[in-house]
Design a protein around this ligand. Structure first.
Ligand SMILES: [Zn+2]
Length: 429
């Protein structure tokens, strides 16, 4: 909820989300939930204001993670017999969204979840019932037979009702589900092609039908696409952003570039799998498989970048137990630097200003400038000197979301890396 008072951040070093270098900050004045001024302190501004001193600290826009799941996965808890129910999933989400905010992430884009749990949690956060980041969510992912979220069996040809995907096998199915989700208040539509991109399961006419219907209802469309044809057709159908694009060829990427569609590679999930061991449920054969796929993805994204395609930042946190909320949101910027050649500043821009579109707030958040929504974080260490700072919430000195200082305790930090016993480790999209 919007604060009504004035908050001032003085001193420190400002990384504003646009400029190519950091500058000494004089004062950022926040009125209510918006930034009123940046620079010289207006006379008398300090009177009646909350004044926060950021001397020797680094100020930047709150991070936006463009790919986080909240209701997709629930861990086991002693005494809970049915973890994958709408009731338990909702409680699970209510518990974890605070961890995300505590990690300096003030906005998340949620491409797929169970039932309409994510939309309910979004509304509870927006209404001030629970603490969490701004949430912009899809409903269940639209996926056909053979798509990543198809869990149908001969005995259950529609799949289970707690699947993160909903089966759509005709244009009529795609249109009905898009309309149904729009009516239930989702923010965007997620479409999901095959798991690893070795086959294309969604046709261009299917994609065009979804995009046409969703855009008419002012909903963006994003797609899980690791394949070649699926990436090219997603661009031809004018989806709003494409996840992964591992096997995109030069010709596919030329189409993506021509259509000016951003790609969000979401390296973090696969990178973490390659670093996990059997204890976490990842057998070495699977790790090798994922490593080959990840190397292809790194190569494709380097080529995408050389074509001027905008690269966004997402982690797939919450996809499975191994990707704990609050722990990895800052990992993608490190991978964008190490594997793709981003500067630290470019990596920060990817997870702030550029990602604003993934939460429906392009030009309204992700930049520290007059008129912008006041989502601001302050670090005790310089993230430009070591980008890994973004993965270390213990170095955060303050978080402001929507103009309001978020109350945080040491307990919050301890809880960040504590997860209940692990159950499902199946990583999906
Ligand atoms: Zn995902």
């Amino acid at each position: 909820m919007a604060a009504s008072k004035r908050t001032i951040i003085k001193n420190g070093t400002l990384i504003d989300g646009v400029s190519s270098s950091a500058v000494a900050n004089t004062a950022i004045v926040i009125e209510g939930n918006r930034i009123a001024s940046v620079g010289a302190l207006p006379p008398g501004a300090e009177q009646g204001a909350d004044v926060l001193d950021a001397a020797q600290q680094w100020i930047m826009p709150g991070m936006i993670d463009g790919h986080v799941h909240i209701s997709s996965h629930q861990g086991a808890l002693p005494g809970v017999r049915f973890t994958s129910t709408p009731e338990y999933a909702t409680l699970w989400c209510a518990r974890i969204v605070g961890k995300v905010l505590n990690a300096g992430v003030t906005g998340i884009s949620v491409p797929g979840g169970k039932w309409f749990v994510d939309a309910a949690v979004r509304d509870a956060v927006a209404g001030g019932m629970i603490e969490g980041p701004r949430i912009f969510c899809a409903g269940r992912a639209l996926t056909p037979y053979g798509g990543i979220f198809d869990n149908s069996t001969p005995a259950n040809p529609q799949g289970t009702d707690d699947s993160v995907g909903v089966l759509c096998n005709s244009i009529e199915d795609y249109l009905r589900e898009t309309r149904r989700q729009a009516q239930r208040g989702v923010n965007m539509i997620k479409v999901a092609d095959s798991y690893w991109g070795d086959t294309q399961t969604i046709s261009l006419p299917d994609l065009e039908a979804v995009v046409g219907e969703a855009h008419r209802r002012n909903l963006p469309v994003c797609t899980h696409s690791r394949g070649s044809g699926s990436t090219r057709d997603a661009a031809l159908a004018s989806v709003d952003w494409i996840f992964h694009a591992d096997w995109a060829t030069d010709e596919d990427l030329d189409v993506v570039a021509k259509k000016k569609i951003p790609i969000m590679p979401v390296f973090t999930q696969c990178q973490i799998i390659t670093e996990q061991d059997e204890k976490m449920g990842f057998a070495s054969a699977m790790r090798d498989r994922v490593k080959r796929q990840l190397d292809a993805n790194y190569a494709a994204i380097r080529k995408a970048r050389s074509r001027g395609i905008e690269i966004l930042s997402g982690t797939d946190s919450g996809n499975a137990a191994a990707f704990a909320h609050g722990a990895y949101h800052g990992r993608e910027p490190e991978l964008l630097m190490k594997e793709i050649g981003f500067s630290a500043m470019e990596a920060i821009h990817a997870c702030t200003r550029l990602n604003a579109k993934t939460i429906g707030l392009d030009g309204k958040v992700g930049v520290i400038a007059p008129g912008m929504l006041a989502d601001i974080i302050v670090w005790k260490c310089d993230p430009l000197a070591d980008i890994r700072v973004l993965q270390q919430p213990e170095h955060l000195s303050l978080i402001i979301k929507d103009g309001r200082l978020v109350e945080r305790g040491r307990e919050g930090f301890r809880a960040l890396r504590t997860e209940p016993p692990r159950a499902n480790v199946t990583a999906q999209g």
